[in-house]
Ligand binder design. Sequence first.
Ligand SMILES: Cc1ncc(COP(=O)(O)O)c(C=O)c1O
Length: 424
Amino acid sequence: MATRTAIYSKILQKSSNFGTRSMSSWWSHVEPAPKDPILGVTEAFLADTSPEKVNVGVGAYRDDNGKPVVLECVREAERRIAGNQNMEYLPMGGSVKMVDETLKLAYGENSDLIKEKRIAAVQALSGTGACRLFADFQKRFRPESQIYIPVPTWSNHHNIWRDAQVPQRTFHYYHPETKGLDFASLIDDVKNAPNGSFFLLHACAHNPTGVDPTEEQWKEISYQMKVKGHFPFFDMAYQGFASGDPERDAKSIRIFLEDGHLIGCAQSYAKNMGLYGQRVGCLSVLCDDEKQAVAVKSQLQQIARPMYSNPPVHGALMVSTILSSPDLKELWLKEVKVMADRIIGMRTALKENLEKLGSPLSWEHITEQIGMFCYSGMTPEQVDRLRSEYHIYMTRNGRISMAGVTTGNVGYLANAINEVTKSA
Ligand SMILES: Cc1ncc(COP(=O)(O)O)c(C=O)c1O
């Protein structure tokens, strides 16, 4: 009988036949992944020991003391569900009650499309998960298709469609000189894309630019997309955060629905309910009829099954409790408005401070842009100076998260911005 040592040396010999790799170095070829441009900012901020440091990098709401906020409607929903809930699995498509309430926010309280059961919808792992589920669905059932993504966009959009192996194209969106929408080029891109292309649109509060089309511009975009038979996919991560009114922020989607588009939509409760870490969202795909919607939903579930089987229960229960209780829904609507209004107030304060300091530049765009972010127009070098000289942290594209601006830091921030930009 062979001894253990003999067997071991035989195995070693065999493994060396597979090349130079030894049994203990399976992952020696793995290089560290590049830092996420957004999450890397938080890491650097946390490592900074200066008492003056300011984080305007991350897209999470803060109150006027710079503290994270848990909405009162969420606290109350937690009290109501505490102890009443079992820990069973949700179905693959998630909480039906949560999904039903979520569809009403996007498609309208009395939407015929909902009544006709034409919408295939599943609970998703927040907005990111909804986008990813859709990207995988697109790849599986429209394998020849591409996705047109605005320039710029939330950086994770690129990762999501890349990992789903959907080829990406871009379309014009932001105009660096006007710091507004490059509408003419956008429309040209819509017209020049092959018929039946997929377009990713931010429903409101575009990230990172804070630039949204006007109602009239949305109508034109919808019309041109209809002419070309394009598929509009709406990422709605900030419903309520732009104007303070979720109904108003869904206007872009409603315009497309009126024009008879079949759309896809990703919704998230991260920002507008402050449920960031709960990962509650929804993916919906509007279909021709109920039969198609049933088929599409079953396929979305089929994609979810080997990835995470079924979505988490707690956040979904909070959302459905809030949206189905008239008193909590009313409270939520008030609280969303408070958040949006504080951000709008900080935009005005930042602009006024810059003007008072005699900045030679125009800062009109700070108040013209909308939602959580201000695309300041600062260069990567200016952003680097803000970090090294003033301990102010933001992404190198010059995006300021207005949610991180407070009465206490707005003067300091304005002064620093003025210093690094005045000689530009
Ligand atoms: C445009 C956009 N889409 C989707 C998301 C996804 O957020 P979450 O997955 O936390 O819902 C974000 C978050 O920053 C975003 O800005």
